[in-house]
Design a binder for this molecule. Structure first.
Ligand SMILES: Nc1ncnc2c1ncn2[C@@H]1O[C@H](COP(=O)(O)OP(=O)(O)O)[C@@H](O)[C@H]1O
Ligand SMILES: [Mg+2]
Length: 231
């Protein structure tokens, strides 16, 4: 579960404060899938980065699986992230000098996990890339690179998966494959899944759609229910 209480983000821009996120409350229960949608610049990536502890809010508390990350040191948050959160980026962010398998092994080795190679191979199998283990990112298509990135995000079997426009840089067919994999992973592992997306098809598959506008939650939609949020 992820809980945000009165979380806001303001940055200084050219000497003036710029509100990126107005104070918002949000609970993502364990096992839920939620899509964050909204125009470019509405604060989606900022919100996701806060949930991952990659960024600190200006106000408010963020609680991940019962732990208040906003009260922790940067190192402690990084450790918690390694254990609890897998993150998938729009532009894959694979290490170019490492093979697909080595990329997937990195987070396992960072946590001192044994059998990293064996586990890495199993994860590549899970995303349908058994035959690509020894390819470098430059030798893989965009869709394949994103599947490697997904396998890497799953390396430590995290209960939470966050994805920022995971299909934003893929063609329709590869995008659909990655979407199918994300939801297959959710079904199999009961992962909490928070997706930022422009992709209507992808958003439709989530339990909840959260519409951001100008740093505010403008609307929340879930099965049979659509609520405009004012505030
Ligand atoms: N560190 C920063 N300094 C100044 N402005 C920022 C910073 N980070 C984000 N922004 C601005 O905040 C707004 C929201 O950004 P972002 O969360 O990336 O939006 P989205 O992912 O919805 O496109 C944008 O206008 C962006 O330019
Ligand atoms: Mg963004």
């Amino acid at each position: 579960m992820i809980e945000l209480r009165a979380v806001s983000k303001t940055v200084m821009s050219g000497g003036d404060p710029l509100v990126i996120l107005h104070p918002l409350d949000l609970i993502v229960p364990a096992g839920q899938t939620i899509a964050i949608v909204g125009p470019s610049g509405s604060g989606k990536s900022t919100l996701l980065g806060l949930m991952a502890g990659l960024d600190e809010p200006t106000t408010g508390d963020i609680i991940v699986d019962g732990t208040e990350i906003t009260a922790m040191s940067e190192d402690a948050v990084a450790r918690l992230r390694g254990e609890k959160i897998g993150f998938v980026f729009q532009f894959f962010h694979l290490m170019p000098s490492l093979t697909a398998l080595e990329n997937v092994m990195v987070p396992i080795e960072l946590r001192g996990g044994r059998d990293a190679a064996e586990r890495g191979r199993a994860l590549l199998g899970e995303v349908g890339l058994t035959g690509r283990a020894h390819h470098y990112p430059s030798q893989l298509s965009g869709g394949e690179q994103q599947r490697v990135a997904l396998a890497r995000a799953l390396a430590n079997d995290p209960p939470i998966l966050l994805a920022d426009e995971p299909t934003g840089n893929l063609d329709t067919e590869n995008g659909r494959h990655v979407i199918d994999l994300l939801f297959a992973v959710h079904d199999r592992r009961d992962t909490t899944l928070v997706l930022v997306t422009h992709d209507v098809e992808l958003a439709e598959r989530a339990d909840v759609r959260l519409h951001l506008r100008d740093g505010r939650i403008a609307r929340r939609e879930e099965a049979g229910r659509s609520v405009a949020v004012t505030g």
